[in-house]
Ligand binder design. Structure first.
Ligand code: SAM
Ligand code: SF4
Length: 323
């Protein structure tokens, strides 16, 4: 469907849980956050109903995220049902990868087409420093299991944080050269606990310099039209990309809205304006009225984000929104 600014909105990111088996420094405090009470989290049946309603409004692309989506009990059954909803054309998941060694083939069998894996470092000590728990070897194994399982493409999301992993960018470049992996370097966003860490922010331009990429290489083979700028340098099996929410707005072409685990439709990642669908879902509201509520929230999607204005962002941390 179109919003009031004539943008075609067809992409729904669904957070199925706020729980996570990691505690990444830029995402969650070490002690975790106050978890949402179980009964406030949408059941899978409720999420599937909203997916069906959204397809009637023209939504075609769905990304399952969290917290960590693979820790939620029953996730594979949910994915199996979501994948076959008429109108679902693109069905993907974002994960920290820890559980992929045992789940990659199951995801593929359930109908998930592609996977984004968050991996900011390939060094085990540094991984611990960033995620506070977990073994990087499991994530790396998960990356290769995903390739073997035929999830395609497998994308690696690298959040670049000054003084934490800036020196590792060339290693990720090598990874994209050797394997058919799409490595995307992401600017740190000032959300939740990261809102006070702006000294850590590395702009895309600086990342390109750290990678030693020349602009003339960058203009070869741009692969995508979305928020990521993709490049496939000659001789690479994979590609690299840059996602800049801060130094380059992509609000004009934004095509997505988000559903939080507690049933709020969030038209912009960076705006605290949310519409609760949970109560409507639970008090016998018809599909027709739910569809209207959904459509109204999408229609009122803001023209652009106000990420630099903390008062407008709201209190959620990234793990509660889903990235
Ligand atoms: N747990 C899953 C994972 O880590 O992939 C899915 C949820 S996580 C919130 C989604 C993405 O948001 C991850 O790639 C993570 O690196 C990214 N993220 C979290 N906090 C961020 C921040 N402040 N700035 C940029 N990206 C962030
Ligand atoms: Fe968990 Fe993902 Fe947040 Fe890391 S980025 S704490 S893995 S939700």
């Amino acid at each position: 469907m179109l919003d009031q600014f004539q943008r075609k909105i067809e992409y729904l990111r669904i957070s199925v849980t706020d729980r996570c088996n990691l505690r990444c420094i830029y995402c969650m405090p070490v002690e975790g956050v106050q978890w949402m009470p179980h009964d406030s989290i949408l059941s899978f049946e409720e999420i599937l109903r909203l997916m069906r309603i959204s397809t009637q409004l023209g939504f075609r692309r769905f990304r399952i995220t969290g917290g960590e989506p693979l820790v939620r009990k029953g996730i594979l059954d949910f994915l199996r049902e979501g994948a076959i909803i008429p109108g679902v054309e693109d069905f993907m998941i974002t994960t920290n990868g820890l559980l992929l060694p045992k789940m990659a083939f199951d995801l593929k069998a359930a109908g998930v087409q592609r996977v984004n894996i968050s991996l900011d470092t390939m060094d085990s000590e540094r991984f611990r420093a960033i995620t506070r728990v977990g073994e990087v070897s499991s994530v790396i194994q998960g990356v290769f299991r995903s390739l073997e399982a035929g999830l395609d493409p497998v994308k690696i999301n690298v959040v670049v944080v000054r003084g934490v992993n800036t020196d590792e960018l060339p290693n990720f470049l090598k990874l994209a050269k050797q394997y058919p992996l799409h490595v995307r370097f992401i600017e740190l966003m000032p959300i939740g606990i990261s809102s006070k860490q702006r000294a850590d922010f590395v702009p895309i331009q600086e990342m390109k310099e750290l990678l030693g990429l020349k602009e003339n290489i960058l203009t070869q083979g741009i692969l995508g039209g979305g928020p990521a700028e993709y490049v496939q340098p000659r001789g690479f099996k994979g590609s690299i990309g840059f996602i800049s929410a801060m130094s380059r707005h992509f609000c004009d072409t934004c095509n997505r809205v988000r559903l939080t685990a507690d049933g709020k439709l969030r038209p912009c990642l960076h705006s605290k304006n949310e519409v609760s669908l949970r109560d409507a879902l639970r008090n016998g509201t018809s599909d027709e009225i739910l569809r209207d509520l959904f459509a109204q929230a999408v229609w009122h999607k803001p023209a652009k984000h106000h990420m630099n204005d903390e008062a407008l962002q709201g209190q959620r941390v990234m793990s509660q929104i889903g990235g």
